[in-house]
Design a binder for this molecule. Structure first.
Ligand code: DGL
Length: 276
């Protein structure tokens, strides 16, 4: 019997989840990926909770009807904070979410000063207070929820250069607080890392969630007996990324961007599937 390569559906409001998809691919090169970006609803950080819940659940259901998958990854902190219980109630397929990596950040920080970058919505969620209380109670955590960061990350993928001076200005409060560790609490932010490092040259630890998510995906694939296939890149025919679906127009430079991330797509679909 031929090996069946598992499939993982990665969902985000835009291109940020590709930072997670790339981590999953590095850890599990035998897993096929389907990417779904609700960029017609972007940014989720500005949307009411119910809109995010409805859009995520509807789109993921529609996507699974076309491409069956073994694990669903909500590669978006903003959506994960509200959508996970609703989605889990609708499907038997394991759902992996993402939360800002406060716990590992607290284990790294030497001066006990942590900067948390997230969307304006994530910054305000009550669960974040709990995370900080439970795992970083002895740290000073400076939260920064600037709405421009996700937009700049999207623009990068459309071929627009990021203005370092603008980012420096946004990062000034963290610079002044002297944080030694920064949590990238939004999956778009790893795409900004080369510029973030320049804005905050004294930061020692940059903490993101992609590798932890990849481990969680591996855990679920093990439960369904597909971990060996997921780890084995041999026999994966065609591109690992079966399709990159965007509910709005696909970003102009998407093919070049995906090549750079090491996950070229077999197919890029724009305005999929035209959610009313
Ligand atoms: N990548 C999403 C996150 O991790 C971006 C949120 C947004 O669309 O505002 O939060």
């Amino acid at each position: 019997m031929g090996e069946r390569h598992p499939r993982v559906l990665v969902f985000d409001s835009g291109v940020g989840g590709f930072s997670v998809a790339a981590c999953i691919h590095r850890a599990l090169p035998g897993a096929k990926l389907v990417y779904l970006a609700d960029n017609a609803g972007f940014p989720y950080g500005d949307q009411p909770e119910q809109v995010v819940i409805d859009r995520c659940c509807t789109l993921i259901e529609q996507c699974l009807q076309q491409e069956s998958c073994d694990v669903i990854v909500i590669a978006c902190n903003t959506a994960s904070t509200v959508v996970l219980p609703h989605l889990r109630a609708k499907t038997e397929i394991p759902v992996v979410g993402v939360v800002p990596a406060i716990k590992p950040a607290s284990s790294y920080s030497v001066n006990r000063k942590i900067g948390l970058l997230a969307t304006p919505a994530t910054i305000k969620r009550a669960y974040l207070d709990e995370l900080i209380r439970d795992f970083a109670g002895d740290c000073e955590v400076a939260r920064l929820g600037d709405p421009n960061l996700v937009r700049w990350a999207e623009e990068l993928v459309s071929g627009r250069e990021l203005e370092q001076a603008l980012l420096d200005e946004v990062m000034l409060p963290l610079h002044q607080r002297g944080v030694d560790t920064v949590v990238l609490g939004c999956t778009h932010y790893p795409l900004l890392l080369p510029w973030l490092r320049k804005s905050l040259p004294d930061v020692v630890f940059w903490v993101e969630s992609g590798e932890a998510i990849a481990r969680r995906v591996a855990h679920w694939l093990e439960q369904v007996g597909l971990l060996a296939e997921a780890k084995n890149p041999e026999g994966v025919s065609g591109a690992v990324l079966i399709a990159a679906c965007f509910t709005g127009p696909a970003p102009a430079d998407i093919a070049r961007f995906l090549d750079g991330m090491g996950i070229p797509a077999a197919e890029v679909k724009s305005r999929w599937p035209s959610l009313k």
